[in-house]
Design a protein. Structure first.
Length: 343
């Protein structure tokens, strides 16, 4: 009789499916944003501030969203203590295991949150709704928003974090904030820092801090401002994308409207320079035609008709300039006429 072979967990080899690579993740560590049209984040903000229409749209969106302030919503209506399933509607028993040991959201948690944000949430004397409005602007401009949670940690004798509490909230600038990830976009694998000495960064998770010998923690985000790098571990930064969420960053809606915005800015600059540096014509008549020979006859006939009518304006001087334009492979002409009128 053949002997049956028994297998145990210790005798098995574990393998996993390869993670899909992202074409936008091209380096290890600090992940740079994709620069469409060779436009950097500061240029996107400057373009938004220069365009009256874009700023009006963003302001209207922000005012409509925060028209009634903000409210707190329950994460669940009931949670089962046996299987930890959460229910979004009031129930008498668990839909998964049938247990009646259910717990409702703790009102003390809401009291703690309301007490924390009832005044200034940071030493810059910002209200919570002020930070939310900044985040809304960042989402509408860059499609990336960051909340930096300034925490106070309590460590044991071995340097292990036992508990923490949030002391302040700040808005992270999308221009300087960056995601710290590996070549697959996974955070917390390629950089490790010390809670006491944030300027120290190691590549191996089992290394110790060179200054105090404490354990290191995975780096998830980095803020590069004023020539310095500030490293943040897991749970200290919250990242959001509104329009195009992805593995790393969102896609700025301003870049989608880039050509339209630049056209509007050029039109505003043209009108401004015309009023400040030259004299605007009192009237402008543009006619698109393929028969240039008929244009003088049309002008003379129109002049005679206008002289016959009893209007308060009469033609005094006619200046015609022909401009040839190539459009869609066809030749077209535009005739502009300058009119000086008197009553």
């Amino acid at each position: 009789m053949a002997e049956k072979r028994r297998f145990g967990i210790s005798g098995l080899f574990r393998r996993s499916t390869p993670k899909p690579a992202d074409r936008r993740v091209y380096n290890i560590g600090i992940q740079e944003r994709e620069q469409s049209y060779m436009m950097t984040a500061p240029m996107v903000y400057n373009i938004t501030q220069q365009s009256v229409i874009v700023r009006t749209c963003i302001t209207q969106l922000k005012q409509e969203i925060f028209r009634r302030g903000y409210i707190w919503e329950k994460a669940y209506e009931a949670r089962c203590n046996a299987c930890q399933k959460t229910h979004q509607r009031p129930v008498s028993e668990c839909a998964r295991c049938g247990s009646t040991d259910l717990v409702k959201p703790d009102p003390k948690q809401l009291e703690y949150a309301e007490k924390f944000i009832e005044g200034y949430i940071n030493k810059s004397e910002q209200l919570f709704i002020d930070v939310l409005k900044e985040l809304e602007d960042d989402l509408n401009i860059m499609d990336d928003a960051y909340i930096v949670l300034v925490k106070e940690y309590y460590l044991d004798g071995n340097g292990k974090i036992r508990m923490h509490r949030i002391k302040e909230l700040f808005r992270g600038d999308p221009v300087t904030m960056a995601i710290y990830a590996d070549e697959l976009g996974v955070r917390g694998n390629k950089g490790f820092t010390c809670i006491n000495h944030r300027q120290f960064v190691a590549q191996e998770p089992h290394e110790l801090c060179s200054e105090c010998g404490s354990n290191l923690h995975p780096v998830h985000y980095v803020n590069r401002a004023n020539g310095e790098e500030q490293f943040y571990i897991e749970g200290e930064v919250l990242h959001f994308s509104k329009y195009s969420p992805s593995r790393l960053y969102g896609h700025s809606p301003v870049m989608t409207l880039f050509n339209h915005i630049m056209t509007l800015i050029a039109m505003e600059n043209y009108v401004n320079s015309s009023y400040t540096k030259s004299r605007m014509p009192r009237g402008l008549l543009a006619v698109q035609t393929r028969n240039m020979d008929s244009m003088p006859h049309f002008g003379e006939a129109s002049k005679k008709e206008w002289n016959k009518t009893h209007t308060i304006f009469r033609l005094w001087e006619l200046k015609q300039t022909m401009v040839r334009v190539q459009s869609s492979g066809l030749s077209s002409w535009t005739a502009s006429k300058k009119w000086n009128m008197f009553q």
